[in-house]
Design a protein. Sequence first.
Length: 109
Amino acid sequence: MKRSTDVLKKTWGESLIMQFGVGTVMGLFGFLVFLVCTGVGVAIAFAMQSPIPGFVGAGVGILGAILIGLISSVLKTILVAACYQYASQGRIPTEFDGGLLRQVVGVKR
């Protein structure tokens, strides 16, 4: 626990920025998906003169935003795990670009 706390203290700023960046981009993307799906549904509803397509479009938009939120959560977890491994052990996971991970983590010694 103490080791994790020390690593967190060394990299807390970069971790927060990374979490905020991924969350913001994915949140905006989810909101855009919701707006597009709802807009298309409402447009079809007006053309058909029936409210059903509007509700279906909003439902699909909500489900799409939830799915994007889940994907965002998984991406942040993977990125945090990779950053923790690099910050605590100095090893870069093979699936990640070493130069990019060094820039993101920026360990304070």
